[in-house]
Design a protein around this ligand. Structure first.
Ligand SMILES: [Zn+2]
Ligand SMILES: [Zn+2]
Length: 647
């Protein structure tokens, strides 16, 4: 026996047991892989009709499906038992004028599964098993999910809408409505080479989804684009959306109606005339179904973010109700109970973001901002909790945690990344960066890409952004004007080889006192000097126990935002892009804050009676270069030279 979801009339849905059918010659019995609930299915469910098609007898809806071959009839050659298949619901006659003109979606004798267009109605795919002719099937051996394959039909609708739009390469395209068909239209416009894609939807969740699948911009309404878009795809099926499309297209532009509108609506026909607009319809799809299958199997179209939930056929009513709630779902799919996987695609993924900085520091506030932004942009698919102040371990622990799975995202210095891939630590060699702008230019350079890629290869983890941490300067109880003035000075320096390079090259007598004890050590004279960024000198009140701040600027310190390899591999391309974009924005925010604070601090210290002096850093740099070989740290001089060359 096999379960089927049956619509008996408006809001009257039942789940019934059907006998298993045997496939005849050329036929294949499929187990449902996934069956997407579409806007038209929802119209049937709510109103007993979709557009002009009304339910006249109980029928099984569903026209977006993938399946797994369960049994094959005599003479079947295209597919084998156990294979995943995409299922084309359209059976055009092949001989009518429309079919012969290559517009089979307009076939006069079309048999379309799960549609009430003809009577008796042809049952659709919301059944655990169904029998199809092998001609309707495309076997998929690639590692894409049955849920994705079931999106071929709605993607084909988006592709057909874009084809009806004419030339789209380089064009500015507006899409109204960012539900499934709107998002598929966004994806299709991107595949067709649109120059700019703007999605409009009053729902914030829908807008976030449109951005995730590739829209450049997502707005609540299109007024800002009045008269400026080349093509508008109306996928909302709403009179106001159509009006905004007609207003947004430039003179001579084209509007494609792909959503289903109410029967009678006001229409600015004179506008069509005087501005020579084209208003065309797009109905289902023709050869675009094959294009959609191709785009999905290759993941050139990544539809995974659109799949909000998968429920078994036994829970059809809950699935339809969830699909009706646009605030919570985009595409809801029904699946055969036997194929329901343990971890459904819609489950919220909880992630841990860890660092060692204090809650008041920009590194934390930017991390929290990024976590919220990722949640928003993923429409709640990712919930990220940020753990500051070494709550999940010291810097070494959280770096190891990336591989152990105890943390998912961290911010951490390149000296830790250098443990896996020494070359990346060259940025800690003294005087690698002239200033913060040089560091930020480096993060956009080829050498940055090369070094982070090297780290990724060695560690398996992914660096997605780099934040300016501050420039390290020297404080002392005696004046320092040149490198040689450090000679014999008792100076606290962390036990990080690159940090030791400048003080030792200048002859300081370094001592690795724990960070928490530096103030006391300076106060009681255990050491006479130390080095740190200005905000740290302020936060730890070192200025109270030091007379001089010497702007040696020997290391332009920075932190990487690192994503655990295990998480990174699981992210879709669209999510990778989104995580990276958010992390870059967060890094830019924190970098700006740190730089702004630093620029104020010299004056703050002077007002406290501390001398703040500049030195000839060139002389310090030359001494370091003469005395400290790059190779001793596993760095390469050539990398340093390439960084120097960045303007
Ligand atoms: Zn559909
Ligand atoms: Zn035909």
């Amino acid at each position: 026996m096999s379960l089927a979801c049956t619509l008996n009339g408006p809001l009257n849905l039942s789940v019934e047991q059907l006998a298993l059918q045997e496939p005849g010659p050329g036929q294949v019995r499929l187990r449902l892989g996934a069956g997407g609930i579409c806007g038209s299915d929802l119209h049937y469910y709510q109103h007993g009709r979709a557009g002009i098609f009304a339910i006249r007898a109980p029928f099984v809806p569903g026209h977006e499906a993938s399946g797994v071959v369960d049994a094959v009839g005599e003479g079947v050659t295209k597919v084998q038992t156990g294979q995943k298949v995409a299922v084309n619901p359209a059976h055009p006659c092949g001989v009518c004028p429309a079919c012969r003109a290559g517009r089979s979606n307009l076939c006069e004798k079309m048999v379309f599964l799960g549609s009430a267009a003809i009577f008796p109605h042809i049952p659709g795919f919301f059944r655990e098993h169904f029998v199809m002719h092998e001609a309707q099937l495309t076997a998929i051996d690639e590692d894409v999910s049955l849920g994705e394959i079931a999106c071929a039909e709605p993607l084909s609708v988006g592709l057909h809408a874009v084809r009806r739009a004419g030339e789209v390469l380089g064009a500015t395209v507006l899409v109204t409505g960012a539900g499934t068909i709107g998002c598929m239209s966004v994806i299709a416009a991107r595949l067709a080479g649109a120059g700019r894609v703007i999605a409009c939807d009053p729902s914030e969740r829908a807008r976030a989804m449109a951005l995730t699948v590739g829209a450049d911009e997502a707005l609540p309404d299109a007024t800002a684009w009045k008269g400026r878009v080349d093509v508008a795809l109306e996928a909302a099926g709403h009179p106001a959306a159509l009006a905004s499309c007609l207003a947004a297209v430039r003179r001579g532009g084209r509007v494609v109606q792909v959503g289903t509108l109410p029967p009678e609506i006001p229409f600015p026909a004179n506008d069509i005339m005087s501005r020579e607009l084209d208003y065309v319809g797009a109905f289902r799809a023709d050869i675009e179904f094959d294009w959609a299958v191709q785009a999905i199997r290759s993941r050139r179209a990544d539809v995974r973010p659109l799949i909000s939930a998968q429920l078994p056929i036994s829970q059809s009513k809950a699935a339809f109700d969830l699909a009706l709630d646009r605030g919570r779902s985009t595409k809801v799919q029904l699946v055969a109970a036997s194929l329901l996987v343990a971890a459904p695609a819609f489950a919220q993924t909880k992630l841990k973001w860890a660092h060692v900085y204090e809650p008041g520091e920009p590194f934390h506030t930017a991390s929290v901002w990024a976590a919220e932004e990722i949640k928003k942009r993923s429409a709640g698919r990712y919930q990220i909790d940020v753990y500051p102040a070494s709550q999940l371990g010291k810097e070494n622990d959280i770096n190891q945690g990336l591989s152990l799975g105890t943390v998912d995202i961290i911010i951490s210095g390149s000296s830790f990344a250098a443990k896996a891939f020494p070359r990346i630590g060259v940025t800690y060699y003294p005087y690698t960066f002239r200033n913060v702008d040089h560091l930020l230019a480096y993060t956009k350079s080829d050498i940055y890409k090369e070094l982070t890629a090297g780290y990724e290869q060695k560690s398996g983890n992914q660096i997605i952004a780099t934040t300016y941490y501050g420039t390290r300067h020297t404080t002392s109880n005696k004046p320092i004007a040149k490198c040689a003035d450090l000679k014999g000075l008792k100076m606290r320096v962390p036990d990080v080889p690159a940090y030791l390079a400048m003080p030792r090259a200048c002859g300081a007598n370094t001592s690795p006192i724990a960070f928490a004890e530096v103030y006391l050590a300076l106060q009681n004279g255990t050491v006479e000097a130390q080095e740190n960024p200005l905000p740290t000198i302020e936060a730890k009140k070192f200025y109270e126990v030091q007379k001089h701040i010497v702007l040696t600027g020997h290391i332009v310190d920075h932190l990487n935002t690192v994503v655990a390899g295990g998480l990174w591999k699981k992210l879709s391309d669209a999510d990778k892009k989104m995580f990276s974009e958010v992390a870059l924005e967060a890094a830019a925010k924190a970098s700006r804050e740190v730089a702004a604070r630093e620029s104020e601090l010299a004056a703050v210290f002077r007002s406290k009676g501390i001398s703040v002096t500049e030195v000839n850093t060139g002389e310090f740099r030359d001494t370091v270069l003469k005395n400290v070989p790059f190779e001793q740290y596993g760095y390469q001089k050539a990398d340093w030279d390439r960084i120097q060359a960045i303007k």
